[in-house]
Design a protein around this ligand. Structure first.
Ligand SMILES: C[S@@+](CC[C@H](N)C(=O)[O-])C[C@H]1O[C@@H](n2cnc3c(N)ncnc32)[C@H](O)[C@@H]1O
Length: 355
């Protein structure tokens, strides 16, 4: 922003805030926005609240809509990292409007990003972050797996979540062919083993994780097959008709590291080819895990994207204990702080309508 515009904002912003706080007529506010659209970028000096935060507090859907129409972004956060959506009462008109707006914007961004990404390989490729992660060292220590920059790849506090995912993946002993992408600490794989699946395929890419798996007897387990490499490299092997082990699974779990939503979306597009009709897909649902409203937006986006591929998606809400600050002590940043984990259960519906 040029100095000129910044000077304008500091003049027109407080006037806009004043109009919103006075509950002025919507026409007057729209008129003002038409003349001074830059005013939506104003932030209150102390709290860094934006006009959208103020409009949500005033409870006016019409003002919220007008601010968005005049260019206010949906996910601006204040000094306490609170977004306007979090201030709205859950399920209220304002909450639903902002949730839809968040989904709409993120889906357009995702679409543009997808258009700009030309994969040489139809299965996609690992992006730079993943390539970097895979070529750097990682450390197993004290219920944690950390990358070279001390980002937590996996932590033991997730065990109860992994247990529930495993129960959903393997509902009955001896019947299910299951595929897991990403071994990490092997928490979910241990729970899957306890439930005795018919076969258990694991795709893992990091050499050090593979070494850990060797040292801990995973290569000797009778019903386990380990595919070494990224899922981008291993999917063609699985989808090859001659792959001798199992290429159509009853259930699939996905939990990798340092991959973005584009990678998850790409992976999802292959699911109908490797999952049986009526089969179950579930994944670690951690995107947006430190902001309640962003978490709801990402969960809805993934729900809509999977529905397009023929999945019926439900979320099981799991209450989380407060993890406390100490748990993140030796890690670079926390990746979860919410009171409820939304565990996705996605069933691939039959292509043939029942009579
Ligand atoms: C979050 S951990 C998985 C944790 C696991 N669910 C557990 O219960 O311990 C992510 C794992 O995915 C692996 N990984 C990352 N990118 C991958 C990719 N593109 N293909 C396969 N594995 C990948 C990482 O090396 C790491 O072992």
């Amino acid at each position: 922003m040029t100095e000129d515009i910044i000077a304008h904002i500091s003049e027109t912003g407080p006037k806009l805030v004043c109009l919103i706080e006075k509950n002025s007529e919507i026409e007057e506010i729209k008129d003002f926005l038409e003349k001074h659209p830059e005013s939506v970028h104003y932030r209150l000096p102390e709290t860094l609240d934006s006009p959208l935060h103020i409009a949500v507090r005033q409870g006016s859907l019409a003002v919220v809509k007008s601010l968005i129409e005049y260019g206010h972004i949906w996910n601006e956060v204040n000094k306490d990292k609170i977004s306007a959506g979090e201030l709205a009462e859950k399920d209220s008109d304002i909450y639903e409007y902002l949730l839809n707006e968040g989904c709409r914007c993120e889906m357009i961004l995702n679409l543009l990003e997808r258009k700009n990404t030309e994969f040489e390989n139809e299965y996609g490729e690992s992006d730079n972050l993943t390539v970097q992660y895979l070529s750097n060292d990682i450390t197993y220590s004290d219920g944690k797996l950390l990358d070279s920059e001390k980002n937590a790849v996996m932590m033991a506090w997730e065990a109860p979540l992994m247990k529930r995912h495993a129960e959903i993946l393997v509902p009955r002993e001896n019947e299910v062919h299951v595929l897991n992408i990403g071994f990490g600490l092997g928490i979910i794989d241990s729970y899957i083993q306890q439930r005795n699946p018919k076969s258990h395929t694991i795709i893992e890419a990091h050499p050090k994780v593979l070494e850990y798996m060797k040292n801990n007897g995973w290569y000797e387990k009778e019903n386990v097959r380990i595919l070494e490499g990224t899922w981008q490299d291993c999917l063609p092997k699985i989808m090859n008709e001659n792959y001798e082990f199992c290429n159509l699974f009853d259930s699939i779990f996905f939990d990798t590291f340092s991959e973005n939503y584009q990678a998850l979306y790409k992976f999802h597009s292959f699911l109908p080819q490797i999952l049986k009709e009526g089969g179950t897909y579930t994944f670690f649902n951690g995107l947006g895990g430190t902001n309640q409203f962003f978490y709801s937006v990402y969960s809805r986006i993934v729900d809509m994207d999977l529905a397009q591929l023929g999945f019926k998606v439900e979320f099981e809400n799991i209450s989380m204990n407060d993890l406390g600050d100490d748990i993140w002590q030796d890690t670079r940043r926390e990746y979860w702080s919410l009171p409820v984990y939304m565990l996705p259960i996605c069933i691939l519906e039959s292509m043939w309508e029942e009579e």
